[in-house]
Structures are given as structure tokens and as C-alpha cells.
Design a protein around this ligand. Structure first.
Ligand code: BTN
Length: 255
């Protein structure tokens, strides 16, 4: 990527920091927030991360220059801390829509809480880190890893990329432009008080909905049938003939 310019958005990516290599764009964003008063919609972009971070203290591995690894800083001061899960949903929908635009013939779904799936393969992951001011959100760092042109994912049997799925290579800058636009448009829905619509759309695309899916729960392999996710981030599933709801971390997917 040479000179990176984001078109078509209102504010996302209008201020952008791009470096060839960083430890982690989320870590950079954290430092940026502690040193400056960042512009809403600042994007931090790295061609390569030496210590990319995933959920649950996992690492995020991506070959240099083949994928998107970036973080968006927003200031969602209109959201109560208790509503922060709707922000996760809005972001997941924006990333999902981006992937769908480049893979129009594929089924692209959101695996709770915010993995983006093409079939049974994970094409993108999201790591959101919020800072609070009282009961409200102050800053949020939305870290997004989206696999674009990488075709070899050693040790990651469930990973896919846009190229693996379609056989085509994509321009990372073009994908970044669509990503900024789509994430911003879902974020604006939230800002305009349309959280209920976001929750409904998220559930439309819920991975495994009404299907039997394997997971690990209390140390054993179990079958669940996901039903829906509510605005507080809990997933409702049918398990052993009963409806139950779970918080993030109370079971792990086996897909
Ligand atoms: C997951 O585990 O699914 C979340 C992965 C998030 C990876 C992205 S890559 C850009 C940003 N910087 C990081 O260190 N992590 C996120």
C-alpha cells in the first residue's frame, strides 16, 4: 500500500496513521489515546504486526502485506457502558457486510460474539477495547483483522481468506475503504438510536442459528442449538432440551 486515502466516509479514516510494522495496531491506538486527544474515527493501519493480539489473550497471526490489520478509534460517548455490546454487534455487522461485498455469492455470518465466518471458516476477527468515563463509554478501539490474500494458514485449520474463498486477489486499500464505510454506517445507526435494528440484523446473520453445533462446556463436548443474541450480549441456546443463556466465555465453540 502506498499512500492511503479513505474516500466516502464522513469521518472514519480521515485521519490515518499507516506504518509498515507495529507491535499491534490496538496497542498503538492505546498509546495514541494516552498521548493525544484523538480525532473521532482515527484509523491505525499496519502492514505487519509483530505482536498482533486476538481475543482471550491469543495472538493474531497475519503474513506481511497480505491482509488487513487495523484499528479504528471512536468516541461513543452517547452509549452507556451497559449498552456496549450493541457496539460489538454494529462492528460485526459492518465487517460482515464488507466481506459480503467482496464475496457476493458466499454465505457470510457472524459467530457470536464477533467472528466473521464464510461457511465454517473464519475470515475476520474483531478485538474491541473500551475505556469508560463514569457510566458512559469514552473511547473505543476497534481492532479488525481481515484475511485477504493469504492462502496458507499453518496451524489454523479454520482460517480462510477472501482469496481462498474466491480464487481472486483483492486490493487491500479497496477493502479498507469499504471496511471504513461499512463500519461507520453501522456505527452511525447506533449513534442515531437504532440499536434495536442492529440487534435484529445481527440475529439475521447469526452463525449456527437453529442448527446443532458442537461446543466445549464445563470441560465436556456438548451440542447446542443457538437461537438468538440479546442486546446485553447474552446468547440464548437450546441445550439438553432447555433454553439457556450464556455470557461470552461460558462456552467455547468447537468450530
Ligand atoms: C480475534 O481473536 O478474533 C480478534 C482478532 C483481532 C485482530 C486485530 S488485527 C488488528 C488489531 N490489532 C491487534 O493486535 N489485534 C486486532
Amino acid at each position: 500500500m502506498t499512500s492511503v486515502v479513505i474516500h466516502n466516509t464522513q469521518f472514519t479514516g480521515k485521519f490515518l496513521i499507516h506504518e509498515e510494522s507495529m507491535t499491534s495496531t490496538n496497542a498503538y491506538a492505546n498509546q495514541w489515546i494516552s498521548k493525544t486527544n484523538p480525532t473521532d474515527g482515527t484509523v491505525i493501519l499496519a502492514d505487519f504486526q509483530t505482536a498482533g493480539r486476538g481475543q482471550h489473550n491469543n495472538s493474531w497471526e497475519a503474513l506481511s502485506g497480505e491482509n488487513l490489520t487495523c484499528s479504528i478509534i471512536y468516541k461513543p460517548d452517547f452509549l452507556q457502558a451497559s449498552d456496549q455490546y450493541t457496539l460489538n454487534m454494529a462492528v460485526a455487522l459492518g465487517v460482515r457486510q464488507t466481506v459480503q461485498e467482496f464475496l457476493p455469492d458466499s454465505e457470510v455470518r457472524v459467530k457470536w460474539p464477533n467472528d466473521i465466518m464464510v461457511g465454517n471458516g473464519k475470515v475476520a476477527g474483531v478485538l474491541i477495547e473500551n475505556t469508560l468515563h463514569g457510566r458512559k463509554l469514552k473511547n473505543t478501539i476497534i481492532g479488525i483483522g481481515l484475511n485477504i490474500n493469504q492462502t496458507d494458514f499453518e496451524g489454523l485449520p479454520h482460517a480462510v481468506s477472501l482469496k481462498l474463498e474466491s480464487g481472486q486477489s483483492f486490493d487491500r486499500l479497496e477493502v479498507l475503504n469499504v471496511l471504513c464505510l461499512q463500519v461507520e454506517s453501522q456505527y452511525l445507526r447506533l449513534r442515531h438510536g437504532q440499536a434495536a435494528g442492529i440487534v435484529a440484523n445481527y440475529n439475521e446473520y447469526l452463525f449456527g442459528k437453529n442448527e446443532e453445533v458442537l461446543c466445549m462446556m464445563s470441560g465436556t463436548e456438548q451440542t447446542i442449538i443457538p437461537s438468538h443474541v440479546s442486546a446485553d450480549g447474552r446468547i440464548a441456546v437450546r441445550h439438553q432440551g432447555e433454553m439457556k443463556s450464556f455470557l461470552h466465555g461460558e462456552f467455547t465453540w468447537l468450530i
